[in-house]
Design a protein around this ligand. Structure first.
Ligand SMILES: *Cc1c(COP(=O)(O)O)cnc(C)c1O
Length: 451
């Protein structure tokens, strides 16, 4: 069989992406060539059905396997814009936010504050005030001075804020070092091993305007091993049992964080919707067994998937421009995007799969690097993509760009951050409108003395 851009069989197991009779890539029933014609490139495209299916499978698994005693929080740092909060609201799940800006976006989309959790290793005093003013459901405390700040602000408002403490259970997840967040040396959380988590528990319990419900841990991102999550849950439960014994504090909530891996490229597992339900089922049964063994009551469970909800739901469409072949070395195919819309290769050498979207069924005969248009040699979408021979004007789709692409985009080189469209039943609508050059200078000021 001819080698195509990617494993067609794998793609066809998903409903999101297909190759249609014209040989064009389709997402959510929309022809990518038509999308590029209608909206231009670069363009982020999201399949609404995929997002809803993922939100629903986590929600329903908690409902069916855990008596509904929990809440899925979409980790909105993966992709934040008003429409995604509107979808989360319709799917009856919560969200987590990690900044005042994400909180503002959620609230401006009409998202109910009580279902919002706030994270962050250095929440600013202003962000804490904004969270309390909005009366968000939960704050995950990540430093001692932050506990003081929340206490002070809650006291001033005559309210009691529900909180969790972020702990670091010391589980090493096998993933890229830069996206690991719960090793003993981490800016996140309080270590269980060195006693900091216990000390913090006692400290928060002493605060009259903080209501401690339990713990949060997030062991990293893009993790595939079920065992890493299971181990983290076991360590959490052991710690909860210890706190009950030592401090008489029995947690009634446990937040397991996010981190489920997604498919980016050959070598990554392809997990279907049911597979993600399996991860969650494994965690829930670990909680049930552990609580039985320790004699703990079953905690209310939070799960915070980000990447697995939106990552594979999104693709980015680019138009091919300059092509440069360096004999014996490599061939660069340059696109009209780059690190300003997807900095993940520049940051982590992340792997992606690319498809020549207007000739998607053609045999892949070339190995190329896809270069961005920024003035940085490191501005690549990646190296070693199998593609049919690309020409200026061809359309390239980079797959699995729904998470941490738009949300990490910048105006570097004063490039415009691409718009985003949401596809449902083959029809696309803007969820993020295009920027204009005028937007770039909107906040610029020339002091009088320079005029
Ligand atoms: C980033 C993050 C998540 C989401 O992680 P994913 O890998 O996108 O699922 C959840 N919780 C916290 C605290 C995070 O920092």
């Amino acid at each position: 069989m001819a080698k195509t851009c990617y494993n067609l069989d794998m793609i066809h197991t998903r409903d999101t992406l297909k190759i249609n009779a014209k040989g064009h890539l389709e997402i959510g029933g929309a022809d990518c060539v038509e999308l590029a014609g209608q909206f231009g490139t670069p363009l982020y495209v999201f399949d609404e059905a995929y997002i809803r299916n993922m939100m629903a499978i986590y929600r329903d698994t908690i409902r069916n396997e855990y008596g509904g005693n929990g809440l899925v929080l979409y980790a909105s740092k993966a992709f934040s814009c008003e429409a995604i909060y509107a979808i989360a609201r319709q799917e009856a799940i919560g969200v987590d936010v990690v900044s005042g800006g994400e909180l503002y976006t959620a609230l401006s989309a009409g998202f109910p504050a009580e279902y919002i959790t706030m994270h962050g290793n250095n929440k600013l005093p202003g962000e804490i005030r904004e969270a309390l003013d909005a009366k968000i459901g939960m704050i995950v405390v990540d430093s001692r001075s932050e506990a003081d700040l929340i206490e002070e602000e809650a006291a001033a408002r005559g309210m009691v804020q529900d909180v969790l403490i972020r702990i670091n259970p010391g589980v090493e997840a096998h993933t890229h070092a830069y996206v690991q967040t719960a090793t003993p040396d981490s800016k996140f959380g309080f270590s269980v091993a060195n006693g900091a988590a216990e000390e913090m528990t006692a400290y928060v319990l002493s605060k009259p305007h903080l209501k401690l419900h339990g713990y949060h841990c997030h062991i990293g991102s893009q993790i595939f091993e079920k065992q890493s999550f299971v181990l983290a849950v076991q360590k959490n439960l052991a710690f909860m049992a210890q706190m009950k014994e030592k401090l008489g504090f029995e947690a009634d909530a446990l937040n397991l964080g996010g981190g489920f891996g997604i498919w980016y490229a050959e070598g990554d597992a392809m997990i279907d919707v049911e597979g993600y339900a399996d991860y969650l089922r494994a965690l829930l049964s670990t909680i049930k067994e552990g609580c039985r063994a320790y004699g703990l009551r079953l905690p209310f469970v939070y799960l915070e998937p980000g990447r697995s909800i939106v990552g594979e739901a999104g693709i980015t469409l680019y138009t091919v421009g300059a092509i440069k072949e360096i004999p014996g070395i490599r061939k660069y195919v340059a696109i009209d995007g780059g690190m300003f819309d997807n900095p993940r290769y520049a940051l982590y050498q992340s792997k992606y799969t690319a498809v020549l979207a207007n000739r998607a069924a053609e045999e892949a005969t070339e190995l190329v690097s896809i270069a961005g248009k920024c003035c940085e040699s490191g501005d690549l979408i990646g190296v070693d993509f199998n593609l049919p021979k690309a020409r200026r004007g061809d359309l390239i789709a980079v797959l699995s760009t729904g998470a941490y692409n738009y949300s990490m985009a910048s105006n570097y080189n004063r490039n415009l951050i691409p718009p985003a469209v949401l596809v449902r039943d083959g029809k696309a609508e803007y969820i993020v409108r295009p920027q204009s050059y005028a937007d770039l200078v909107r906040n610029d000021v020339i002091p009088q003395r320079l005029k």
